[in-house]
Design a protein. Structure first.
Length: 451
């Protein structure tokens, strides 16, 4: 779907066939944190909102926490805490097969935010920011991004917050079989809304599973990550489980990662990361892309590891610890894979299960494009003396604020809202406790139900 910079462009209406599939329609959007928000509308009122947008609070893209707090953002105060609107992207309409119970049929459409007063884009709409970076990659370099995700999550007892099984045995068939009826149902339901799960496995901790997605081109691939997470959470709740994507919900267990796999393809259908004449099969484009990412590595940490809880994952087995990369190096922060022309890609291993996929994509592409634009060479691979990954959210926020390239690409308003909210709500609450166990309890209050 073409990018819309204001709310005046005429959109297609709902077809008669689409109208016949639901009783209620969710107008759904993602906030700055990647949390799904919705306004559920009876069918009789849908056409008006489809055409004009659904009205919501103008700070809705940045609510957070148990009290749904909104910091003192200048734009919100200037509007006297007034309204904005969310407008549907018609191409994202889908029926939600698991929702509504026996008595109601629920459908959903993903929306993007606009200021009512000007009709312009809301600067903190992360889906549009990702769309904008993807469009720029295409217009400036003639390249499309081919993307997939590796989502990890814990399946827990909602009453005790304990894993549904103890111990870990990665890929163990008998263990997976215990939960196969549920896992198969989730996979099938997600497939019905266009989220293509490549496979599922048990993972490295008690009660932990992984759902990787089949790579797709463009914004559709990012939507798949957003819909996967919200779908797993919704279906788990309906089946009596709690799906926790929070980075480390249980202190003494492994954490949830969200590896982001991507490659670039040209208009002729060629993988721009692959060069058969190169000794390592990596093209100059691939090298410059990695070079840009490492120029902006420190700022990327804030968006890939966006909560205080995320930093419990770092420096642990199988998790990033240094600013390094390597070919098929599972211990590196960025893992280059060069198997063949179809399967040469970069695995960004920084993101956690708490990350907003739209911001991960937008920031990674912005950094990579800087590398292409300025022909930046990457550092030596597998460097044991590389700097350690930033170890705190506060330091990562400073690095983000000081990165002029990423700040311009993502937008000054987004960076300002993001850093203000992280400091005034999350960091402030966690730092109000001295004991690490108490800090983790605060993190559970902040993140467990929402991320």
């Amino acid at each position: 779907m073409a990018s819309r910079e204001d709310a005046t462009e005429r959109r297609r209406g709902l077809s008669e066939e689409e109208l016949s599939t639901f009783d209620y329609l969710r107008f759904t959007w993602t906030d700055m944190h990647g949390i799904s928000r919705s306004k559920v509308v009876p069918k009789r009122h849908v056409q008006h909102m489809w055409e004009h947008g659904a009205i919501v609070f103008c700070g809705e893209l940045s609510r957070f926490g148990t009290r749904s707090e909104v910091p003192s953002h200048a734009e919100v105060i200037a509007l006297e805490f007034g309204n904005m609107k969310v407008i549907p992207d018609p191409g994202t309409f889908h029926v939600v097969p698991w929702a509504g119970g026996k008595d109601a049929r629920i459908a959903e459409v993903i929306c993007e935010g606009y200021w009512i007063q000007t009709g312009k884009r809301h600067e903190v709409d992360t889906r549009h920011i990702a769309r904008r970076m993807l469009d720029q990659l295409q217009s400036e370099f003639g390249l499309k991004c081919f993307m997939g995700w590796e989502y990890e999550f814990f399946l827990l007892d909602p009453k005790t917050q304990k894993p549904v099984y103890e111990g870990f045995d990665i890929y163990a068939t008998e263990l997976i079989a215990k939960f196969e009826p549920f896992l198969c149902k989730v996979e099938s339901m997600l497939a019905n809304i266009g989220v293509d799960i490549e496979y599922y496995v048990s993972e490295y901790a008690s009660g932990q599973f992984e759902f990787p997605t089949v790579p797709k081109f463009g914004l559709n691939a990012v939507d798949m990550g957003f819909l996967l997470k919200k779908g797993v959470k919704e279906m788990s709740a309906l089946e009596g489980f709690k799906a926790a994507f929070m980075t480390q919900p249980i202190r003494d267990l492994a954490a949830n990662g969200l590896h982001f796999n991507h490659s670039l393809w040209d208009g002729a259908g060629n993988n721009a990361f692959f060069d058969c004449k190169s000794e390592d099969k990596m093209s100059e484009t691939f090298r410059h892309w990695i070079g840009g990412i490492f120029k902006h590595f420190k700022a990327l940490v804030a968006l890939c590891c966006p909560t205080t809880n995320c930093y419990r994952r770092l420096y642990q087995p199988w998790a990033p610890d240094t600013e390094n990369w390597g070919i098929d190096n599972r211990m590196a922060s960025f893992r280059a894979k060069n198997y063949d022309k179809q399967n040469t890609y970069l695995e960004n291993r920084l993101p956690t299960g708490s990350a907003n996929p739209y911001l991960v994509v937008a920031a990674t592409i912005a950094a990579g494009m800087d590398g292409l634009r300025n022909r930046i060479e990457p550092p030596a691979q597998n460097d044991r003396n590389a700097p350690r990954v930033t170890g705190s959210l506060e330091k990562a926020l400073v690095d983000l604020e000081q990165d002029e390239v990423l700040k311009e690409a993502l937008g000054e308003v987004l960076v300002r809202w993001f850093t203000l909210e992280k400091r005034s709500i999350e960091i402030a609450k966690v730092n109000s406790r001295d004991d690490d166990g108490e800090k983790h309890k605060v993190e559970l209050q902040l993140y467990y139900e929402y991320l």
